[in-house]
Ligand binder design. Sequence first.
Ligand SMILES: Nc1ncnc2c1ncn2[C@@H]1O[C@H](COP(=O)(O)OP(=O)(O)O)[C@@H](O)[C@H]1O
Ligand SMILES: [Mg+2]
Length: 374
Amino acid sequence: MEELIQVEAVAKSYGKHQVHRDLSLSIRQGECFTLLGPSGCGKTVLLRLIAGFEAPDAGRISIGGRVVSDPAGGVDVSPDRRGLGMVFQDYAVWPHMTVFDNVAYPLKIAKMSRQELTDRVMETIAMVGMAGLEKRLPSELSGGQQQRVALARALAARPSLLLLDEPLTNLDANLREEMRFEIRELQRKLDTTVLYVTHDQEVALALSDRLAVMDETGRIRQTGSPWEIFERPADPFVFNFMGTANFLPVRREGDDWLVGGGVQKISAPPKIDLSPGSSPASGLLYAVGFRPSDVRIAQPGAEVGLRGIVRRASFLGAMMDYLVEVDGATLRTAIETHEALSGGLMFRDGDSCVVSFLDLHWFDAEKLTGVVEL
Ligand SMILES: Nc1ncnc2c1ncn2[C@@H]1O[C@H](COP(=O)(O)OP(=O)(O)O)[C@@H](O)[C@H]1O
Ligand SMILES: [Mg+2]
């Protein structure tokens, strides 16, 4: 597939604060690509670099094969010549202009002829589900409708690339969910490329063809499809960032893999490289990572697994949330309340139980540094 955006070895600092260093990324024509990372990791800065509102200190950015930023080569194409549409989190619509005029604005700047402009504006307003509201002022619209106007304005000029910076953050949960499906549909309908920035894992999974996960230092930890990121996390950071995560320390003793500080065994890791020298015979070596939903909890003696003690039982309505201690390590499990009721699995604090796992991710324990304390 052809690449639309290429970011190569980009660096950007503000004073002494280095936000990006050696950042590379490529986005394919026609895809919805999400940049996902914690707040403050440099997502907006990267979008502004791509849009041309900021210039990188080093590196190169190309859009559609044309170099638009290259400090070493003296290239810095202005934002209005990059063929982009943008919606920012706080990118308010103009309050004194009607919906029509808001959406028409970029087309007027581009000096589109009157008839063509009217047709285009009406078409775009209909596309975001706002037909009939052209004459309203933003003050006569809900937050979600205003967001649609911002989206329509960004789409009006039919940009080859749409940059969306947390455009749903200020909406309530229901609207957010609805809008993300609509953005996805618009993207397909217009066959445009979307670069979407968010700190919300769920939005990123639901929306993207591919996503890149950034850590708090602005480093990209993994790029892949939502499935790859969720099911094949490259490291503990990605695993932890994508949802509630448990990590249990596992140490190797002889041929056995023992959990926590005890002597209970867990089956050997699937394919971990035990290169000589790098793996002492004993000591903390690995951590297994798993989601609460990937733990099965049972009555003691009911099945094979690790013996543990329920330290905290929380009723969350649809779910029972148990904090279980296994040989000094704790983990969280989630089980549907009706299943817990019918299966005799309503535990109380201090009850014994047995846990087993549906899915385990093995990580080098060293890589947990800075992610979680074991
Ligand atoms: N114009 C600026 N001047 C100085 N520091 C900035 C500027 N813009 C962003 N930063 C800093 O860069 C870092 C990344 O910011 P930002 O890209 O906005 O993060 P986010 O991932 O939340 O969008 C933050 O520490 C922020 O304070
Ligand atoms: Mg931001």
